[in-house]
Design a protein around this ligand. Structure first.
Ligand code: DX5
Ligand code: ZN
Length: 228
């Protein structure tokens, strides 16, 4: 049973972005890049030119989490720039089925993210068109917030849908993931974990990734959803 850890560079030192990516690369499966537009969320981070620059310099595949309005218009460009996974917010997409197809055609895995206050059941029919579902476990916008345990039933429900339909898609959680919370997320059904402050604010980021992975793996092995 494979699981993935995706350190979020939102918590990295922006003055040394490439070095910060390389610092975690030996143990990271993906690098999570939070694109924010100060419109969909009240924060502003990186855009397409920064993603393009990172793709050219960093060998770890880039997992772009787009917290931007008008995702239909902008998301495929991130795939064209070389991000291997591009996740849009369902709250910002007018035609999610078409958008997922456009992202895939541009060469990336297509992900759909959902905010804590958004009901998943309205969007379950989209699962077969996607490569990843991202259940936010904080309000999107900032790193360092507390994990919202009340989102775990949503993670569990998403895993049930994936199992019932026998889909080969990843289930990501993002926000407040740490050694204290990752087991609960894995037990509920997540297999792909974003961690910002838990990695970059650690004295030893590589060791922090290893600890997260070990905890997630043992919780998965004991979980209700993992095929033993
Ligand atoms: C929040 C971002 C997260 C953020 C997580 O909107 O989507 O990716 O970096 O940071 P931590 O792990 O510190 O909660
Ligand atoms: Zn994110």
């Amino acid at each position: 049973m494979g699981l993935r850890i995706s350190p979020s560079i939102l918590s990295a030192d922006f003055g040394h972005l490439v070095d910060e990516c390389e610092r975690v690369a030996p143990n990271a499966d993906w690098l999570h890049v939070d694109v924010m537009d100060n419109h969909f969320v009240p924060n502003l981070t990186f855009g397409l030119p920064v993603v393009e620059a990172l793709v050219g310099k960093v060998s770890t595949p880039i997992d772009c989490h787009l917290m931007i309005s008008d995702a239909d218009r902008w998301a495929p460009g991130y795939a064209e720039a070389g991000a291997k996974s591009v996740t849009f917010h369902i709250e910002a997409a007018a035609n999610p089925k078409q958008l997922a197809s456009d992202i895939r055609k541009a060469g990336a895995r297509a992900g759909m993210a959902i905010k804590p206050g958004t009901d998943l059941t309205d969007y379950e029919e989209l699962f077969p068109h996607l490569d990843m579902i991202l259940i936010m476990t904080v309000e999107p916008g900032f790193g360092g917030q507390s994990f919202m345990h009340d989102q775990l039933p949503k993670v569990k429900r998403a895993r049930e849908v994936i199992k019932n339909l026998d889909l080969d898609i990843w289930l990501q959680v993002d926000g407040g993931v740490s050694v204290k919370t990752i087991e609960a997320a894995a037990d509920a059904g997540a297999d792909t974990f974003v961690a910002g402050s838990a990695v970059y604010q650690s004295a030893d980021p590589l060791e922090a990734i290893d600890s997260l992975r070990a905890l997630a793996q043992s919780a998965t092995d004991k979980s209700w959803w993992c095929a033993h």
